[in-house]
Design a protein around this ligand. Structure first.
Ligand SMILES: C=C(O[C@H]1C=CC=C(C(=O)O)[C@@H]1O)C(=O)O
Length: 365
């Protein structure tokens, strides 16, 4: 019998609201589609258990307030699948339509107001850094082009983690993240510190402000590693890395996992959210973000990824958007420190939007 292509299965899943996740790892060709008969919903205390299973993890920015989601790998489709498996996938029971939410879409003025409040917390010494995010609305992009959009992200940004997922709890999200949170392959652990942004045009002109922003994340990561007994990591960077039309500063840490194996859940919860998406000190920055931002981050700035036979690949859910009521909500953030200026930060979020907007425009022709 004829094989059914991965794209056809993906379009079917999107069309009927079946829980799925599809992803491509940075620098690899293989695209994996994972379809689940049901979605596990968990709180922060249960994360450790889920990291030992086999499937796909979706964690929110704030695990203490929002639910984590888990897709078991009931069906895995790479390339294509048989008509028989497709028939089995068609038996999955789906649970209605995606719920829409009213969102707060920032204008420059409302963004600046939030910026001023956040900056006050920096001036007062309560926090050193926090990420201010906003939602940019783009109308006229519905989920009928979601599959094309995802495959286009894969080809346009081969060095990104391209992903898309749907659950009833989360809705349909898609993105191309430049940021690894944590990876374990065999006994080798990898994490990164990624922060500091300049546009293509300014490349190589790193200022103190960006270097300091990166250093804050680097110090945080080093501290978490030390707390978990990782004293000897192979440290590579900071180096400039390209992400769409931007460059970031990135430091890579590689280390033996050994004693960490039994504490992976706690380690991930301490590492997440890093000051690349939250701030420093972590709890105070989280409190300021909750108070100042007018929208809910939900899964933006959370983490996502495949868990398989003890191997873990988690990426930070940024450069992402959610399909919502005939359009998309793009989630865009940037690190604010004492040297920041609101207009520059707003412009940086506009540049970050280009990662997805460029692909939307190519699809729309
Ligand atoms: C929070 C985001 O990016 C982070 C990752 C890299 C550089 C960043 C920055 O320079 O602000 C952010 O920390 C986002 O894209 O929404």
């Amino acid at each position: 019998m004829a094989e059914i292509s991965q794209k056809k299965v993906l379009e079917y899943c999107i069309g009927i609201n079946a829980p799925f996740a599809i992803y491509k790892n940075p620098g690899e060709e293989k695209i994996t589609l994972l379809i689940s008969e049901e979605v596990g919903v968990y709180g922060d205390k249960e994360l450790s258990g889920y990291l030992k299973k086999s499937g796909f993890v979706i964690a929110p920015f704030d695990l203490q307030h929002d639910a984590g989601l888990f897709l078991k790998d009931d069906f895995v489709v790479e390339g294509s699948t048989s008509a028989e498996v497709f028939e089995a996938i068609k038996q999955i029971k789906t649970s209605g339509d995606q719920t829409t939410e009213s969102k707060c879409y920032a204008t420059y003025n409302s963004y600046e107001k939030q910026y001023r409040q956040l900056y006050k917390a920096i001036e007062s010494g309560k926090i050193e850094k926090a990420i201010l995010s906003r939602i940019k609305r783009v109308d006229g992009v519905d989920d009928s082009c979601a599959a094309d959009l995802f495959y286009k992200l894969c080809s346009k940004y081969p060095e990104a983690y391209a992903f898309m997922y749907y659950t009833l709890n989360s809705g349909l999200w898609v993105g191309a993240s430049p940021e690894l949170l944590f990876k374990v392959e065999n006994n080798l652990g990898t994490t990164v510190s990624l922060a500091g942004t300049i546009s293509e045009g300014e490349h190589s002109q790193w200022q103190n402000k960006e270097e300091e922003e990166q250093q804050i994340v680097t110090d945080f990561v080093t501290d978490v590693l030390k707390r978990y007994g990782v004293d000897e990591a192979d440290v590579d960077g900071p180096k400039s890395v390209k992400a769409g039309r931007l460059f970031h500063l990135k430091t890579i840490y590689r280390f033996a996992v050994n004693g960490l194996r039994d504490k992976l859940g706690d380690f991930v919860k301490d590492l997440h959210p890093t000051p690349a998406v939250c701030g420093l000190p972590k709890n105070e920055a989280m409190e300021v973000i909750r108070r100042v931002e007018e929208h809910m981050r939900s899964y933006y700035a959370g983490f996502i990824g495949r868990i398989n036979n003890g191997n873990v690949e988690l990426f930070v859910n940024i450069r992402c958007m959610k399909f919502n009521d005939g359009g998309v909500d793009m989630f865009l953030g940037g690190g604010i420190t004492v040297g920041s200026k609101p207009e520059q930060e707003w412009n940086e979020t506009e540049l970050k939007a280009s990662t997805l907007l460029d692909v939307i425009n190519e699809i729309k022709g």
